[in-house]
Design a protein around this ligand. Sequence first.
Ligand SMILES: Cc1cc2nc3c(=O)[nH]c(=O)nc-3n(C[C@H](O)[C@H](O)[C@H](O)COP(=O)(O)OP(=O)(O)OC[C@H]3O[C@@H](n4cnc5c(N)ncnc54)[C@H](O)[C@@H]3O)c2cc1C
Length: 302
Amino acid sequence: MEIKDQYDVIIIGGSYAGLSAAMALGRAMRKTLILDSGKPCNRFTPHAHNFITHDGKVPADIAAEAREQVMKYPGIDLMEGIAVSGRQMENGFEIVTGSGRSVYSKKLLFATGVTDELPAIKGFEACWGKSVVHCPYCHGYEIRDQQLGILANGAMAFEFARMISNWSSRLIVFTNGASTLSAEQAEKLLQKKILIVETQIAELQHNNGYLDNVLLEDGHTIALNALFAKVPFSQSSNIPHDLGCRFTEHGHIEVDDLQRTTIAGVFAAGDNTTMFRTLSAAIASGTKAGAMLNKELTDDSF
Ligand SMILES: Cc1cc2nc3c(=O)[nH]c(=O)nc-3n(C[C@H](O)[C@H](O)[C@H](O)COP(=O)(O)OP(=O)(O)OC[C@H]3O[C@@H](n4cnc5c(N)ncnc54)[C@H](O)[C@@H]3O)c2cc1C
């Protein structure tokens, strides 16, 4: 496919947030390039939930349907590849792809998501998205009332345990090392019969990603159906940082209510801007970014 080099908007990241923005821009007849490296963060999970009209569908199927609908708009081009660098120019931006090609636009949208940094526990990666999950709204209902674990420590473990106790009363908190829960927090958990295990985890024993046991460093095993885990993340693209965008203390790209970053002409949407990681939120912010990009393009020319 012939890719035109000059666009109104380049969207980096063509998943849920990026495609939503592209739909708004396509319908506004803006020349838009979506550049996507094809690695959405939910690619490890077999079913997506908590998203009306798509509840229980395969995530890749939702994205494929979205792509098909977006690509019907003639102003939209899709390039498979990675954006490796970017720079501000007099009247816009240059983005350089992994194959060394330069593309240009008046505005940029980063819908690049985040990369989950999984702990180096044997079996963790194989279970991620299947029986090791990040979000009770996305995956809690399917494992309700089962024997569940929480991998977290301190205040985060306490808050997570309080929340997850709504899905199951059979809960164990794995602090994976010395507990940093306060005495009061630990007491409250124990009152609710939520066990606290401090011994380090050696392995998650599983069958095709579905947990059977947690094997501890001391050789004990604990039977478990699923584990909730809050894992650290990093931004999937360095370009917002290189362009000078400001970040929040949690590591998200700072945006205002209209999805504008702190650099004029640069927008961001989806997981890279918020700790509220869910498809509907990513889609909503992408739609808003698309409309606001179109408004800025109008403001610049009329
Ligand atoms: C395991 C797991 C399960 C989940 N399950 C659910 C669920 O059941 N229900 C729910 O509502 N939410 C779920 N979520 C959350 C949901 O998947 C995210 O909120 C959503 O994918 C965010 O969309 P996004 O477009 O911001 O980012 P992503 O979907 O992560 O997409 C980012 C895109 O940007 C591309 N990209 C990144 N950097 C570059 C670059 N430099 N150049 C080109 N392309 C780039 C990536 O390849 C990717 O295609 C889950 C998340 C995880 C991790």
